[in-house]
Write a protein that binds this ligand. Structure first.
Ligand SMILES: [Zn+2]
Length: 57
């Protein structure tokens, strides 16, 4: 598994890469657009998880 590719669109990262924190881990994306995509996807996942599961402690 390559680590130097965008976490959102799978294209290769260059010097303009952006680090995004998603759910406690940091991933790298190629542009601000991909960063937004990941953040929104994570927010959606978290909202869905909190609806289907009741967090204990
Ligand atoms: Zn990308």
């Amino acid at each position: 598994m390559k680590e130097n590719t965008c976490a959102a669109c799978d294209c290769e990262l260059d010097d303009t890469r952006i680090a995004v924190k998603i759910g406690g881990r940091t991933v790298e994306v190629c542009c601000e657009e991909c960063a937004t995509v990941l953040r929104e996807a994570e927010a959606t996942t978290r909202a869905a998880a909190s609806m289907s599961a009741h967090p204990g402690h």
